[in-house]
Design a protein around this ligand. Structure first.
Ligand code: B16
Ligand code: MG
Length: 220
């Protein structure tokens, strides 16, 4: 194992609740629909515009708006979301992550972020973690979102490590699929039923350690 590719939302910090709050307000105010609670996990790892389109489909309004109008709505959601995440601090880092980053750095493992979020640099800055990573892949630069491998391939490329020498960490099914499609080893965080395609699954981030990742990599 020479590199570790980190998903952000659900692995480094829990932003899903803020995404859901912002999407719910947009759905209510602009589309007059209430999003079911299941949307919080259904939209994990799904890009902003794909999430917007899924919500329009749910509302039965997928043909009503022009591309420009859809973009304006997605922008409105992002403003609401930015307002929430501007309050993030070091206290919002998920359990075990700071320790894991220290262990990996001590073992000279290259660390890269493979998030679908265009706000990843801002979030990492707020958490005080930006300098701990060697690279952050830019989702605007890749053609296809998760479950396509693109963002994990880009994250590995940016640390100059072959994907086959990397472990990827994900909490979403689409993300685990993306890691596997990139040819890296997948460690899932969450339910082993939902994330059954991962090589190893831990129940929560507190269980992530250098040795767990090494063991997962050894299964290759
Ligand atoms: P943004 P991840 C994903 O982050 C979120 O899980 C997903 O809900 C969100 O729509 C996506 O980022 C895009 O985020 O609107 O900030 O660009 O899990 O890939 O770290
Ligand atoms: Mg995630």
């Amino acid at each position: 194992m020479q590199g570790v590719l980190f998903d952000l939302d659900g692995v480094i910090t829990d932003t899903a609740k803020f995404h859901f709050k912002a999407w719910s307000r947009l759905a209510q105010e602009k589309l007059a629909v209430t999003l079911p609670a299941s949307f919080e996990s259904d939209l994990k790892g799904i890009s902003r515009i794909d999430s917007m389109n899924r919500i329009l489909k749910f509302a039965g309004l997928e043909t009503k708006y022009s591309a420009e109008e859809v973009n304006t709505m997605a922008q409105f959601k992002n403003e609401l979301y930015l307002n929430e995440i501007s309050k993030l601090t070091q206290k919002d880092i998920l359990p075990g992550i700071e320790n894991l980053l220290d262990q990996l750095a001590a073992n000279k493992i290259k660390l890269s972020v493979a998030s679908a979020s265009k706000n990843a640099p801002f979030i990492l800055e707020k958490l005080g973690l930006k300098n701990q990573f060697d690279a952050i892949a830019d989702p605007a630069k890749v053609a296809h979102g998760k479950p396509a491998p693109d963002i994990f391939l880009e994250a590995a490329r940016k640390i100059a490590v072959e994907p086959s020498q990397c472990v990827g960490i994900e909490d979403a099914k689409a993300g685990v699929e993306a890691i596997k499609a990139a040819g890296a080893i997948a460690v899932g965080v969450g339910s082993s039923t939902d994330l059954n395609e991962a090589d190893t699954v831990v129940a929560n981030t507190g269980e992530l350690t250098y040795s767990i990742l090494e063991q997962a990599f050894g299964k290759k």
